[in-house]
Design a protein around this ligand. Structure first.
Ligand code: AMX
Length: 464
């Protein structure tokens, strides 16, 4: 049985609190390092803005719904409000208006590092402001202080059989952590609904803080010696996560910072984000809501695609060997399609260009592992798959998504356990989905309940 020793020692944080040099148009409205306080000041203003907007424009028509949309997974149907990020089909994700390259440039870095700290992205997602170094350090510190995982969850994880998929373990552990929910406790005590966001905020901060430890226990139990090193109070979220996973390598930690930043949020309609929002609308607490989202992320068409990509690459190498010719690779790709399977890591429900999250991982690889054989293989696939998917004529988007690249970077640093990859995606996805959940409760959004129809009813509706 592994013992998770959650250290309680606190080290003084470095006093390097200088403001980063911001470019023109960069928002930073507050100097306070207390995220809750900043949020508490923003919420009444935003509530007023939405109230006035709805009063003025609430009945304006913003689109039409076609029959195909009901059978087609609601593609293109505008049905949700999500403040944290918006996805442009051609440009990719913008977090609170900032593109991925802008976030990479503007968000604070670890001392000596060049990748953004996910703590900064969380601040941005919650507040809409690019944080200062001091604000990011305050988040790292808070998460370190909140990181202790309840013993019953550690015990439960230690008792799971090795055959249970890491994502099932992850989701089960998150559900079981709702023993800690401040929201559920407050609701049971009958608190006023105007204060729901405060408990959602507390639960979200606690949950994000605990996720790396939960994820590390799963990894160390399944693939290593079951021991997890303690949290270091002077480290950032990704630094601690890398250390707990057992990777004593600065470049792996830098990769984690990038990875945990770019997987965080992809507007509101994707399966994991939408699920967290939907379940949260029933006032299920943030632990239960997020666990539900993780069950969606575990699907092969969504987050599990990062595992599927590595499984597929491994099969390709086994079948056609290394230094495969373009011709042999084309044959392998066609055989995947002809057997009725998808090429994992390619295509997207919204994107119509190469995913900028793919591009920034490719840049990381070009900088740090240009000669890695798997990276070369992935680059060769990138040259061939889009044309083949276009020739097949089915996929709306023949370009690679985030999952086509992430596993290759992980395996380079020694994390070859592909079944585990989606857990890393899940740790990151907490940042976006929980930032949104806090705002859902701040806006007092109601129970989500769209109208469904039978085919018979639809036929009648369109006069057939
Ligand atoms: N390989 C083969 N066929 C593909 C394909 C791919 N990569 N992407 C789409 N298609 C097919 C679809 O299966 C569908 O076929 P059908 O008409 O026989 O059902 C047809 O092309 C039209 O699909 P689409 O409108 O282009 O895509 P979608 O919005 O229905 O689905 C997605 C999007 C991501 C599920 C799909 O592109 C896919 O299955 N990709 C592979 C899995 C993957 O990489 N998922 C990760 C996505 C990112 C994420 O969430 N992490």
């Amino acid at each position: 049985m592994s013992l998770v020793n959650i250290a309680t020692r606190r080290l003084l944080l470095h006093a390097k609190n200088a403001l980063p040099a911001f470019g023109a148009g960069v928002r930073n409205a507050s100097e306070s390092t207390d995220l809750r306080e900043v949020l508490a000041r923003q919420i009444p203003e935003k509530q007023k803005e939405v109230k006035e907007f709805r009063k003025e424009c609430g009945s304006k028509v913003i689109g039409e719904i076609q029959v195909d949309m009901l059978y087609g997974g609601m593609r293109g149907m505008k049905g949700l409000v999500t403040e944290t990020s918006v996805l442009d089909p051609n440009e990719g994700i913008r977090f609170r208006g900032y593109s991925l390259p802008e976030c990479q440039k503007l968000l604070p870095k670890a001392p000596g590092g060049s990748e953004p700290l996910p703590e900064g992205l969380f601040w941005l997602l919650v507040t809409g402001d690019i944080p200062t170094d001091a604000q990011v350090k305050a988040i790292s510190q808070e998460w370190n202080e909140r990181a202790a995982v309840p013993y019953h969850v550690v015990q439960m994880l230690n008792n799971f059989p090795d055959s249970l998929h890491p994502m099932s373990q992850f989701s089960a552990a998150i559900s079981a952590m709702n023993s800690e929910s401040k929201f559920a406790e407050a609701y049971a005590q009958g608190v006023n609904k105007t204060t729901y966001w405060e408990y959602t905020y507390e639960d979200s901060m606690n949950l994000i803080a605990k996720l790396p430890t939960v994820a590390a226990i799963i990894y160390r139990n399944l693939y290593k010696d079951g021991k997890v090193s303690p949290i270091s109070m002077d480290m950032d979220w990704s630094g601690n996560f890398s250390q707990m996973l057992g990777y004593d390598n600065d470049m792996f930690t830098e990769l984690m910072r990038l990875y945990l930043t770019i997987h965080s949020d992809h507007e509101g309609g994707n399966v994991s984000a939408h699920t967290v929002h939907l379940v949260g609308s029933a006032l299920s607490d943030p632990y239960l809501s997020f666990a539900a989202g993780m069950n969606g992320l575990a699907g092969p068409l969504h987050g599990l695609a990062n595992q599927e990509v590595l499984v597929w690459l491994t099969k390709l190498r086994e079948q056609v060997g290394d230094n495969v010719s373009d011709e042999n690779m084309r044959e392998f790709i066609w055989s995947t399609l002809k057997s009725g399977q998808v090429v994992p890591g390619y295509g997207h429900a919204v994107l119509r260009k190469t995913d900028p999250r793919y591009e920034c991982q490719r840049e990381f690889a070009l900088k740090h592992l240009p000669d890695d054989p798997m990276f070369k293989l992935v680059s060769q696939i990138y040259k061939l798959v889009p044309d083949i998917l276009l020739e097949q004529g089915k996929a709306q988007n023949p370009w690679p998504n985030v999952d086509a690249h992430s596993g290759v970077l992980l395996q380079y640093y020694g994390m070859t356990e592909m079944n585990y990859y989606t857990v890393l995606f899940g740790v990151s996805r907490a940042l976006g989905t929980l930032a949104s959940l806090i705002w859902d409760r701040a806006f007092g959004l109601p129970l989500e309940r769209p109208k469904s129809m039978s085919t018979e009813g639809l036929k009648k509706l369109v006069g057939r």
